[in-house]
Design a protein around this ligand. Structure first.
Ligand code: TXD
Length: 310
């Protein structure tokens, strides 16, 4: 029995950092691929040379040939273009849809048994595209956003209250972006809901900061976007799947009637294990929260129609 084969497509900031985290957690052998010649090979070699110091047993291979993902057990898709000045969200949507759509075909061909985690933005739309193009069972296709958004909310709660991050749990549902739905009622410090520990105004401020969490980092970095927390979130999902941990984590998954939503991807809590999305957890939501989740899903649906029209 060999080690699991993990493919990371796109060796940019999120992809390369994800490869590093997967290697350090010794979750399997890693194939890192990109279209830029030499770059994935260089980063993979660099990671191999870190192994003796860090002490991880993992083989990391860099390649420009997508066929090298052959037989992967798990694929992470981070490939895409960043938004450039003057480029509309629509332009970016169509460009990334072309890239991710092509990669989904390749995954279906070369790694037909894989579980796929999509990272490229716009997240929920790209995940739906991968689901359609690969034709994979919905349990094997998911998008990473909720773990990151919840982590940001958790960090802000811990910073605000001056408590250990270990005791802070949080739940953020919905789409990745302005329409995300943080759930303060389900966010706790050692089991105590934050609604009992903070004023509604402070909670609203932290919710707002969470919604704009990605933009806050972009504004500080001046170029590029976040990658430490995003790659940590991906590695957390991969670990739950590869080690069959069955953790309950929020992820963008295909809904089939849950929360009153059908054939759309939205961020909800799921159980992640060796079969992928093993269960979708239906939380009791207030009318307001449910409306926000539906609004978020509607926005995703519209964008999916836009790329389907092309
Ligand atoms: O929460 C989330 N889901 C996210 C999403 C959090 C952080 C970043 N998020 C999105 O991930 C971001 O908006 C981008 O769409 C992706 C990747 O972000 P990253 O910061 O890693 O972008 P980079 O550094 O530009 O890397 C993208 C790489 C780059 O090296 C390209 O050459 C490569 O993708 N690329 C390709 N690789 C393989 N195959 C093809 N076709 C291809 N096209 C571009």
């Amino acid at each position: 029995m060999g080690r699991p084969k993990l493919a990371v497509i796109g060796a940019g900031m999120v992809g390369a950092t994800t490869a590093q985290r997967l290697a350090e957690k010794q979750l399997g052998d890693i194939v890192l691929t990109d279209i830029v010649e030499g770059m994935p090979q260089g980063k993979a070699l660099d990671l191999m040379e870190a192994a003796p110091v860090e002490g991880y047993d993992a083989t990391i291979t860099g390649t420009d040939d997508i066929a090298d993902i052959a037989g992967a057990d798990l694929v992470v898709i981070t490939a895409g273009l960043p938004r450039k000045p003057g480029m509309s969200r629509d332009d970016l949507l169509q460009k990334n849809a072309a890239i991710v759509g092509g990669l989904a075909n390749a995954v279906g061909k070369h790694a037909p048994g894989a579980i796929v985690i999509v990272v490229t933005n716009p997240l929920d739309v790209m995940t739906h595209l991968v689901y359609r193009r690969t034709g994979f069972d919905s349990r094997r296709v998911m998008g990473m956003a909720g773990v990151l958004d919840s982590a940001r909310f958790r960090a802000f709660i811990a910073m605000e209250l001056g408590v250990s991050i270990k005791d802070v749990q949080a739940m953020v549902l919905g789409g990745h972006g302005d329409s995300m739905v943080p759930l303060p009622r389900y966010s706790t410090v050692s089991g105590v809901p934050i609604t009992e520990m903070m004023s509604p105004e402070r909670i609203a401020a932290l919710v707002d900061r969470t919604r704009k969490g990605g933009a806050e980092i972009v504004a500080l970095l001046k170029q590029g976007s976040a990658y430490y927390a995003p790659s940590a979130a991906v590695a957390c999902m991969v670990e739950s799947i590869i080690r069959d941990r069955k953790r309950i984590l929020p992820a963008a998954v295909h809904l089939g009637g849950q929360y009153g939503l059908t054939d759309v991807f939205a961020g909800v809590p799921v159980k992640l294990g060796s079969d992928g999305v093993e269960e979708i957890i239906e939380l009791e939501l207030t009318d307001e929260e449910l409306a926000a989740l539906h609004e978020s899903a509607e926005q995703v649906r519209k964008l999916v129609e836009k790329i389907s029209a092309k």
